[in-house]
Design a protein around this ligand. Structure first.
Ligand SMILES: Nc1ncnc2c1ncn2[C@@H]1O[C@H](COP(=O)(O)OP(=O)(O)O)[C@@H](O)[C@H]1O
Ligand SMILES: [Mg+2]
Length: 368
């Protein structure tokens, strides 16, 4: 294990009752000082992972390691972890200062030390001077900051944030995204942030784990995941995508919509069925003759920065295009794209299988 690893999940399975597991052999590593996001649809197991890290529940199978030691049955109050809950869970009858001081009072810290620490935590979240305010007098964004101050005042090694922005309106939410990210950088503490919002995950994270049905589908930097989605679920969940069925002809050549195209993918079987992803912003509108694909424009919306143009090819596949150029509804046009714009996905391949395939392929090519 790397020295920078702070948390490690080894084939962690969590099962309530005899039902299908809520988490199914989940393995990952969290490094110190980075901003991580668990991203996935409702019910995929995000909160369950946070609860396992916090120590509110134990794994059914597998191990959770913290700084190299198994902590499966270490109680929550003995872990160097603090949680910011979705509803903030602030105490309404205590003022801002006492909310933040709560954990330190329980630890029986000296009063002067508590005052110093609480003031510093409040300064960190830009709430200096709000000490005696009641929680009911604070706005949604300010409550959020109190909840964060209450977490950082304990100086944990990891802060867990369970969809903390989902209750805020869009403008405040965007502001808090910047603030949280900036705060994480200044503190240098590991943040594990949960959201079901893909744009939020892309904007904030050093690393994203995309989850579905209790399994990690893909992990990586925002650009890795956006540019190279590993399967249909990830491609569909992260950003808008055009996904069509195709066939790998040979290395660097793929077939879809009945035509063959140059691509940059290799290491798949000849004639293997695959799925093709092309992002809307990688499609360029041309005349029908200049395009690689011929389509008819079905509808068009102006989105401020670009037009969102919906087209259909002869086979009935939908092609979504983001273009600064305007199209004409009903017109026959061409779509042009570079070979790099085509992402080829093996059907139902997991990240683990993908990595193994690339490794095996590299070994063969190096041996030649
Ligand atoms: N205490 C529990 N008992 C039984 N099932 C639970 C319990 N807690 C969560 N689940 C189930 O586990 C699944 C994952 O839940 P959760 O981790 O809360 O998902 P998410 O946070 O991604 O929305 C859901 O299907 C949920 O109903
Ligand atoms: Mg949840």
């Amino acid at each position: 294990m790397e020295e920078s690893t702070i948390i490690r999940f080894e084939h962690v399975t969590k099962q309530y009752d005899q039902d299908t597991p809520v988490l199914d052999h989940v393995s990952f590593e969290i490094e110190k000082g980075k901003f991580y996001t668990l991203l996935g649809p409702s019910g995929c197991g995000k909160t369950t992972i946070l609860r396992l890290i916090a120590g509110f529940i134990e794994p059914s199978k597998g191990n959770i390691l913290f700084n190299g030691k198994v902590i499966n049955d270490v109680p929550a109050n003995k872990r160097q972890v603090n949680t910011v809950f979705q509803d903030y869970a602030l105490f309404p009858h205590l003022n801002v200062f006492e909310n933040v001081a709560f954990g330190l009072r329980i630890k029986k810290m000296k009063s002067a030390d508590i005052t110093a620490k609480v003031k510093e935590a409040l300064r960190f979240v830009n709430l200096e001077g709000y000490e005696t305010r009641e929680i009911s007098e604070m706005s949604g964004g300010q409550r959020q900051r109190v909840a964060i101050a209450r977490a950082i005042v304990n100086e944990p090694e990891v802060i867990l944030l369970d969809e903390p922005l989902s209750a805020l309106d869009l403008k405040l939410r965007t502001e808090m995204q910047y603030e949280l990210r900036e705060l994480q950088r200044r503190l240098g503490i590991t943040f594990i942030f949960v959201t079901h919002d893909q744009e939020e995950a892309l904007a904030m994270s050093d690393e994203i784990f995309v989850l579905n049905k209790g399994k990690i589908q893909q992990s990586g930097t925002p650009t890795d995941i956006y540019d190279e989605p590993i399967n249909r679920f990830v491609a569909d969940f992260i950003g808008e995508s055009n996904i069509v069925a195709g066939k790998m002809v040979q290395d660097f050549e793929v077939e879809f919509t009945g035509q063959r195209f140059e691509c940059v993918d290799q290491g798949l079987d000849a004639n293997e069925p695959v799925e093709i992803v092309i992002r809307p912003e990688d499609l360029e509108i041309t005349t029908a003759e200049q395009g690689k694909l011929q389509v008819r424009v079905d509808s068009q919306l102006f989105r401020g920065v670009h037009y969102e143009i919906c087209c259909y090819d002869e086979a009935g596949n939908e092609w979504l295009v983001h273009s600064t150029k305007r199209a004409t509804v009903g017109a026959e046009i061409g779509l042009y794209f570079e070979p790099e714009a085509i992402h080829v996905m093996r059907l139902g391949e997991t990240e683990e299988e993908f990595d193994k395939r690339l490794e095996a392929y590299d070994e063969v090519s190096h041996a030649e």
